[in-house]
Design a protein around this ligand. Structure first.
Ligand code: HEC
Length: 192
């Protein structure tokens, strides 16, 4: 190996080292216990918003141009006052459609049966008000409810599971700051 090549190899390694040491540090979000609550709540709100949780978990009002979030019922899940529409036979299948959803996107039907978006407000009886941060993180990381039932599609838990602990914690803190809404979401219906 001549001197020039050696130099390139060495500087290449040095460059790699610098890049990788930067990369290892970049994603670490420092969120110590001293972070003001308002900052944690703002981050949690931001993550819930860009995480798309409202798309499925918030009932909608049907406005002129389509569904809009019902801000009085944020994240309270499929409204228990609504009928779960029946799924016509033959509509869903390998050579037909993959699924159906209600007008407000809180109810879904697919090969897994019918799933209804959960109430994720802090209501203690019908929502997740008795959960701890650890329960929330474990549920989203394992895709299993605290009772051990696998969470059905289209809940995108596999991608939410990739979020960092700090992010999941901030989302949970924000969810717990919302008004608790009493709404007992019906159990999922297995496929026929
Ligand atoms: C595409 C629709 C969809 C999106 C987007 C979505 N969810 Fe869900 N989620 C559901 C459905 C449907 C269920 C109920 C599944 C079941 O009954 O097995 C659910 C269940 C859950 C549960 C389990 C609740 C319980 O009581 O066991 C949690 C927690 C949850 N979602 C949190 C979130 C959070 C946080 C976000 C945003 C980061 C989110 N979801 C985004 C559809 C969705």
């Amino acid at each position: 190996m001549n001197a020039l090549r050696k130099c390139i190899v060495v500087s290449g390694l040095a460059c790699c080292f610098v890049v990788s040491s930067l990369a290892a540090e970049a994603p670490a979000v420092k969120n110590p216990a001293s972070t003001p609550k308002s900052v944690v709540l703002a981050r949690g709100k931001y993550l819930v918003t860009i995480g798309g949780c409202h798309d499925c978990h918030t009932p909608k009002l049907i406005a002129e141009k389509g569904p809009v979030l019902d801000t009085k019922r944020l994240l309270s899940g499929f409204p228990s006052t609504e009928m779960v529409p029946t799924v016509p036979g033959g509509v869903i299948g390998p050579k037909a459609w993959g699924g159906l959803f209600t007008n407000d996107l809180t109810g879904w039907a697919g090969p897994w049966g019918v799933s209804l978006a959960s109430n994720i407000t802090p209501d203690k009886e019908t929502g997740i008000g008795t959960w701890r941060k650890e329960t929330f993180i474990k549920t989203l990381r394992t895709g299993k409810t605290p009772g051990g039932r696998p969470i059905l599609p289209p809940m995108p838990w596999e991608s939410i599971a990739q979020m960092r602990d700090e992010d999941l914690k901030d989302m949970f803190t924000y969810l717990m700051s919302l008004p608790p809404i009493r709404n007992m979401v019906p159990a999922p219906i297995p496929p026929k």
